[in-house]
Design a protein around this ligand. Sequence first.
Ligand code: PEP
Length: 249
Amino acid sequence: AGTGKFFVGGNWKCNGTKDSISKLVTELNSAKLEDDVDIVVAPPFVYIDQVKSSLTDRIEISAQNAWVGKGGAFTGEISVEQLKDIGCKWVIHGHSERRHVIGEDSQFIGKKSAYALTQGLKVIACIGEKLEEREAGKTFDVCYEQLKAFADNVPSWDDVVIAYEPVWAIGTGKVASPQQAQEVHVAVREWLSKNVSAEVASQTRIIYGGSVNGGNSAELAKQEDIDGFLVGGASLKGPEFASICNSVT
Ligand code: PEP
């Protein structure tokens, strides 16, 4: 872990029912969580209200997506204003499932992030390469292109956490090695230093995501440029997610 406060996000994706989420919240409420970690969970939209009214304030709430502008005639979308109204503090943008399954491009993701930030919602900005891109030696280029779209749009990096999530590691059980993750995190920091500012490079937290679990988080957390995690599957199990949150110590 680096010098920034450790940050762990739990991305529940499109999972859960009222009952299973109630059980997960109970587990999280009774977990012992270290003080020096920022913890955020991202429930599906329809359960955010349930989670907000039952989960400890120790854990902040994120949305998994938000509309690119003010609400209105956008069927099926949820606005930043609505998310703030129900108590969300964060939104995830650029997740690989939205890029590669839903088809969102980097510019749209950059614009969505900019809108969220201007309205006071903090952003977990995801980047990461696909397996064929890594094998073709394009990992850094892909990450830089995705970073540039954030940089071109966001008004400030103060409320942004960058999540490096290699697509081949998401939901596959194939976690990046600590060295593989560290190498990209360093490259991201260098890119920020060169293209944004040295201050932003040193102050922006860069977290890793991709098959993080209770068994591998401690090794990853030892890397100097890994400032936390974005966790999918393992965030659906309260005790395991708590142990990942506590892996900074
Ligand atoms: C994610 O969805 O952000 C993620 C990292 O998923 P998993 O931990 O299941 O690989």
